[in-house]
Ligand binder design. Structure first.
Ligand SMILES: [Zn+2]
Length: 160
């Protein structure tokens, strides 16, 4: 699964409208979470056994998936940056939301939030209103504001 398009323009307008009100609809959030969870099957995580999938929704409706990729030398990349780099490398740099699903083996972990490195890289491209979707402790989707996840960040605005 490389790219999935949100089905039509009406749905995209609905997404933008909902985001304008500081949040995307739970149906879209659940769809993104489902795609992130589905992407986990491609995770390459033979060492940690902790597979992560991410689904990044761009403004144009394209959804980019990513998985964590590990190596024997303990280098690699997280699912979130993998999805982001895939998007940027294809010329897409404006994003609405990101869903992250992860856990040991087939289990889904609670609150698999982006690590510090991913938050820093995301901050290059997203605003404080960007939505990060994770599972909460009860397994329900939880929508977090990026500004709450990564306050007082150092970003492009600091170099202007
Ligand atoms: Zn990360």
């Amino acid at each position: 699964m490389d790219e999935v398009k949100v089905s039509n323009t009406t749905e995209l307008i609905k997404i933008e409208h909902e985001l304008a009100e500081r949040g995307i609809g739970s149906d879209i959030a659940q769809k993104l979470m489902d795609i992130a969870n589905e992407a986990r099957k491609y995770s390459y995580s033979p060492y940690s056994k902790y597979s992560v999938g991410a689904a990044l929704l761009a403004y144009d409706g394209t959804i980019y998936t990513g998985v964590n990729v590990e190596t024997a030398a303990m280098t690699g990349v997280c699912a979130e940056r993998n999805a982001l780099f895939k998007a940027v490398s294809e010329g897409n740099t404006k994003f609405l939301a990101l869903a992250v699903a992860g856990g040991k083996h087939e289990f889904v972990a609670k609150s698999c939030t982006p690590c510090g490195v991913c938050r820093q890289v995301l901050s290059e491209f997203v605003s404080d209103d960007f939505i990060v979707i994770v599972n909460d402790d009860e397994g329900h989707i939880n929508m977090l504001r990026f500004g709450d996840l990564f306050p007082y960040s150092f970003g492009p605005g600091n170099l202007k």
